[in-house]
Design a protein around this ligand. Structure first.
Ligand code: PMT
Length: 400
């Protein structure tokens, strides 16, 4: 099931040029199975049409004050039905009206009737954003519990550059999912490792593996959505890190870099999930010059890397520790042995096979074990869903 399934989101649109980008947000939320009502202001309809909004949302717009539907007052019904209201773009006029309780648009009437989470994505020219009146209104809304996303620095409608550009659609999407998720990991500081580590051979060549970081990033994202502060230590990733303020990114390259970064963070975390595919060996001496292609065969001299997970298993106090195990045979026996040897609380085992390559795929099949044996078999599904199920198991065992 998609994360936004069975959720109803009201999307308010103010009259700003970035309104066209909100169409993409509607599409993303629909793809995630949310039901949507769009409430554009009169000014918004100069920038986007009701036809586009209704086509993408597959629902009638709320655009007229005191609109009714089958004898029911639309803004009241919408406020009761909605799980979340996001306003993107939020112009300075809309922000001022929200701060002062105006109700001359159906969007504003809905907001006044609504008791759930409200997110706004301000978008305007830099001086309008920085104006003391706008900042005072923003402060009023913030104090009232409204979540302010952005604005970003970037291209503005005037052709100038500066602060005031609406936050990216991906950031809005991430914040919406996060706001819809119960915060059962609030107060937890977590460490997640993701992606491969990379060991240089010479200035242009390296040893590494196929890990994309998808599984580790999915775990970081799920943890952040559930309220944890996440330190994501990662090698080069093939996926974007979610734009959430409670995910801190620590890019590293080699196993030694990752170990150093992990140990620096370890003392402050209550939970550590080691999902990275760490290079087990490195070149004994990295060549200073590019290795010449003169011989038919060359011999690499490799030395063993430190084991980051095992080192975490020896720390005191030890965080609740979860390892991953990539095995090509004897999954249960090998994974259980790794769980015991590395002093993990849980280990998530991947049987690497043609049907579950696990590396760089969107889906994964995982067997969760503790030191005594199997705990939960997670059938093959999207890594986002696998991450959520892993966290459900962790939540049952982690003492808060
Ligand atoms: O990144 P993706 O493309 O989404 O793929 C996800 C994944 C397949 C990489 C992930 O699900 C996974 O299985 N990660 C662990 C891969 C691995 O290195 O397994 P391992 O059995 O070699 O290592 C066991 C554990 O020890 C792992 O938690 C690993 O992070 C850790 N380890 C291993 C070696 C080492 N030197 N230091 C370590 O910390």
């Amino acid at each position: 099931m998609k994360q936004a399934a069975a959720k109803h989101v009201t999307i308010g649109i103010g009259g700003g040029i970035s309104a066209y980008r909100t169409l993409e947000l509607i599409r993303l939320l629909k793809k995630n199975e949310a039901s949507i009502t769009v409430a554009p202001t009169k000014a918004a309809l100069h920038f986007v049409t009701e036809l586009s909004l209704e086509t993408l949302s597959q629902n009638a717009c709320l655009s007229l004050p005191l609109q009714t539907n089958n004898g029911q007052i639309s803004h009241i019904e919408e406020a009761y039905q909605s799980d979340l209201i996001i306003i993107a773009p939020a112009t300075c006029d809309l922000i001022a009206k929200m701060a002062h309780g105006f109700a001359d648009e159906i969007l504003l009437q809905t907001l006044l009737s609504f008791q759930g989470p409200v997110l706004i994505a301000p978008a305007m020219e830099t001086h309008m954003w920085q104006h003391p009146a706008t900042q005072a209104n923003i402060e009023t809304l913030r104090n009232r519990g409204v979540q302010i996303i952005g604005p970003d620095n970037g291209d503005l409608a005037s052709g100038r550059q500066g602060l005031g550009r609406m936050a990216s659609v991906n950031a809005l999407f991430e914040h919406i999912l996060s706001a819809l998720t119960p915060k059962d990991f609030a107060g937890i500081e977590a460490l997640v490792t993701a992606g491969p580590t990379v060991e240089n051979l010479d200035p242009v060549r390296f040893l590494s593996n196929h890990s994309s970081g998808k599984m580790g990033v999915a775990l970081a994202r799920a943890l952040a959505q559930r309220g944890a502060l996440v330190h994501l230590v990662h090698g080069p990733l093939s996926v974007a890190i979610p734009e959430l303020s409670n995910i801190k990114s620590y890019p590293v390259r080699s196993t030694h870099d990752m170990l150093e970064q992990v140990l620096e963070l370890a003392a402050n975390v209550q939970l550590a999930i080691c999902c990275a595919a760490v290079a087990d060996y490195r070149q004994a001496k990295i060549a200073q010059e590019k290795i010449k292609r003169s011989e038919d065969t060359i011999t690499l001299s490799l030395v063993k890397n430190p084991d980051i997970l095992a080192r975490l298993g020896q720390t005191s106090p030890k965080p609740f520790l979860i390892g991953f195990a990539a095995e090509t045979a004897n999954l249960e026996i090998n994974a259980k042995a790794k769980c015991q040897q590395k002093n993990c609380d849980l280990i998530c085992a991947n049987l690497i096979s043609k049907s579950n390559p696990a590396f760089a795929t969107d889906d994964n099949e995982v067997l969760i074990l503790d030191q005594k044996g199997p705990v939960l078999h997670i059938k093959s599904q999207r890594k986002d869903c696998v991450a959520r199920l892993i966290l459900d198991t962790v939540h049952q065992r982690l003492v808060f």
